[in-house]
Structures are given as C-alpha cells and as structure tokens.
Design a protein around this ligand. Structure first.
Ligand SMILES: N[C@@H](CCC(=O)N[C@@H](CS)C(=O)NCC(=O)O)C(=O)O
Length: 203
C-alpha cells in the first residue's frame, strides 16, 4: 500500500499508548519516535504547533494530533478491526464517555499526585464517584464497547494507569473491592496480546 505511518509518542503517556494500541490492534506497521518532553524535537513542534504535545500521528507526511481524533482517523482510514461502533447513537455514546474520561476523570485522578491532607481526601472522594460512574457503564457488558473491545476500551486505557498511580501515591483509589467490574475488565484486557505488549508504562 506504501503507507508511511509515524507516531511521535512518549512511553509513559496514556494518550500515546492509546494510539499505539489502536495501531497494533489494526496491524498497521508504524515507526515509533520517542519524544523527550523536556526537550521537544523540532519535528514535534512542526507537526503539533498548537498543543506541542504527544501523541502525533504522521500519515504520509500529514500530521494528526489529539489521541481521540487520531483513533477516529485510524478507524476511518484502515478497515481492519473496526473499533468505533456501527450505529450513530452508539458512536455518540462512545464519544461522550471518552470525553468524560479526558475532561473529568483523568484530570481528577492526575491531580491527586500533587495533593495532601483534606484536599486530597476530597479529591479521592470525587475520583471514586467518577470511577463509580464508569463501573456502572460496565454492568452487563464484557467491554465498554459491548461484547468486543473497541474505541471506548482503548480510550479507557487510562484506567489501567490509574491503578499504578494509586500505588505510587500510596492510596487505594481504584481497588477490586470497590470497583470489581473495572478490575475484571483490566484483567481481561491484559489477556489481549496487543494490550499486553503495550503495557510498559503500567508496570
Ligand atoms: N488531549 C491530548 C493530551 C496529550 C497530552 O497531554 N500529552 C502530554 C503527555 S501525557 C504531553 O505531550 N505533554 C507535553 C506538554 O504538555 O508540554 C491527547 O489526547 O492527545
């Protein structure tokens, strides 16, 4: 086909990892370029001048930035292993939840690392309320996208990262007792080769 696909990423970025996971699930060959975010490459600044962030996918010299946008681009461009739901309403719901993860849940959990005392307790409470919403979304389903791993499962890979953050900050934010369905979902995802190969930052 002669497609040239490059991914500018960073190993510990859950956003980069989403894109790598999607590329692997679809079996798209790509060149990976690891960025040092404290010393960004001229290529990254050229390809993502607005946000100057990873990930950036460069397909035949054309850059696409923002992980969720990249996921949709990959699904629309490569037909193998389609991961967005077929029905427009299901697609809308998947996008809604991906936005919830990025705009609410992820910032709430990420800020825990910089907090202490009462402020932190309140943020943990808030994070757990949001995780409960995600837990409820999994009721009666194998995956967030339904019976098959899809777009929202890829977007939700940050939940795996949260378990690590939980340990790093000495907290128990996302525990199997409180969130059995999310934890089972993490175990299930880990049995998929592409996810397992892709788990480096979650060690
Ligand atoms: N909304 C973006 C977020 C990407 C993002 O925050 N990337 C971080 C790494 S996890 C980054 O490149 N940070 C560099 C910086 O902020 O200067 C996406 O979904 O791609």
């Amino acid at each position: 086909m002669g497609d040239e696909v490059k991914l500018f990423g960073m190993w510990a970025s859950p956003y980069s990892r989403r894109v790598e996971l999607a590329l692997k699930l679809k079996g798209i060959p790509y060149e990976y370029i690891e960025e040092d975010l404290s010393n960004k490459s001229p290529s990254l600044l050229k390809y993502n001048p607005i946000h100057k962030k990873v990930p950036v996918l460069v397909h035949n010299q054309k850059p696409v930035a923002e992980s969720l946008v990249i996921l949709e681009y990959l699904d629309e461009t490569w037909e193998t292993h389609p991961f967005l739901p077929q029905h427009p309403y299901e697609r809308a719901k998947a996008r809604f939840w991906a936005k919830f993860i990025d705009e609410k849940l992820f910032p709430t959990v990420a800020k825990l690392r910089h907090m202490a005392g009462k402020e932190k307790e309140e943020a943990i409470e808030e994070a757990q309320q949001q995780l409960k919403i995600m837990e409820d979304e999994l009721k009666g389903k194998q995956y967030f996208t339904g019976q098959r791993m899809g777009y929202l499962d890829i977007a939700a890979n940050v939940l795996i990262w949260f378990r690590v953050v939980g340990e790093l900050i000495g907290e128990t934010v996302l525990t199997a007792e409180k969130f059995p369905l999310i934890c089972e979902w993490i175990e299930k995802l880990m049995q998929i080769d592409a996810v397992n190969e892709n788990k480096v930052p979650f060690r």
